[in-house]
Design a protein around this ligand. Structure first.
Ligand SMILES: [Fe+2]
Length: 307
């Protein structure tokens, strides 16, 4: 396991000191729903006309704002699921370049509860449970700069989206454990849950924090970072395991998270570079449509991995 780091803890500290203050948000800044950056689109047909403005607003939110925003389609109830799904694909493509999410080249993924399993396990994204706070594709080279989730059907109960600023968490960690900063600059083996591409290893080794273009970027999913050691046939060093549990406690604090429930027609877009996401457990109605979100992985100039 590599312990040498291209990025040192002192470099990380220096970037935290110099970072845009808007990146260090906490739950208190979003105590009212209107505190979340929201744009509205009055109808599917308005997308073409308002596209450039939407793209600019999303880019601003990701690179110069709080790292996320919501675009609401006001007239969502007037459209069929098929029309809304097509709208979500156009909207995501307007924001940036869509990345492939499946071996057959599909550029979207339907996040819903499913009984299908892979290697005896159900994908967390296809369960009704908590997914644990994470960035997408932490285990690989195909990390998108941003993710989006478009709500077709909310759950009957639960299923809120949770976001946490990695900048806030890093700063709190540094202030709480100033004597134990080396794990910030370490590499970890990230378990590749449900490898979609044949022949790929079950873990990928990456630094927890990277610095590119003068910005910090984090790869995170605590349970899979611990599992990665098992996949690699190694024992996780005590200092690194202690760090992961401490960092998880910080990101899991209710004081650090914004919690929002997407409605039909809501499009949540968030940086995958420094915003961690999760969802609360949920229940579907026994007789209604199942919770269904359409996920896109977005890259390109409007959604830089490194802002
Ligand atoms: Fe995710």
């Amino acid at each position: 396991m590599p312990t040498e780091c291209l990025t040192s803890a002192s470099e990380i500290l220096s970037h935290l000191d110099d970072a845009d203050p808007r990146r260090f948000w906490t739950a208190a800044q979003f105590s009212a729903p209107e505190d979340v950056v929201r744009l509205s689109i009055n109808g599917i047909e308005a997308l073409q006309r308002e596209g450039p403005e939407i793209k600019e607003a999303v880019h601003h939110a990701l690179s110069k704002g709080h790292g996320f925003g919501v675009i609401s389609l006001k007239t969502a109830s007037e459209y069929t699921d098929e029309k809304l799904a097509a709208f979500s694909h156009r909207l995501a493509a307007m924001v940036g370049d869509l990345m492939t999410q499946t071996e057959d080249g599909q550029t979207f993924f339907e996040v819903t509860k499913s009984e299908s399993k892979h290697d005896g396990e159900r994908r967390l994204s296809m369960s009704a449970g908590d997914t644990s706070l994470h960035t997408d594709c932490s285990y690989g080279d195909n990390r998108p700069g941003a993710i989006s989730l478009f709500c077709l059907h909310p759950a009957k109960r639960g299923g809120s989206s949770i976001l946490v600023s990695a900048y806030t968490a890093l700063r709190q960690y540094v202030e709480t454990y100033p004597e134990d900063l080396a794990p910030l600059a370490a590499h970890y083996p990230y378990y590749r849950s449900h490898v979609q591409y044949a022949g790929q290893p079950t873990f990928g080794i990456y630094p927890f924090v990277e610095i590119e273009d003068a910005a910090l970027s984090v790869r995170y999913k605590m349970p899979y970072m611990i599992r990665g050691y098992r996949e690699a046939g190694l024992d996780i060093p005590d200092p690194l395991e202690r760090f992961l549990h401490r960092f998880e406690a910080i990101v899991s604090s209710p004081d650090n998270r914004v919690d929002m429930r997407l409605a039909r027609g809501d499009f949540l877009v968030a940086s995958n570079s420094w915003i961690l996401h999760n969802r609360t457990p949920y229940q579907d109605a026994p007789d209604g449509p199942k919770r269904l979100l359409i996920r896109h992985w977005i890259d390109g100039p409007a959604c830089p991995l490194q802002a």
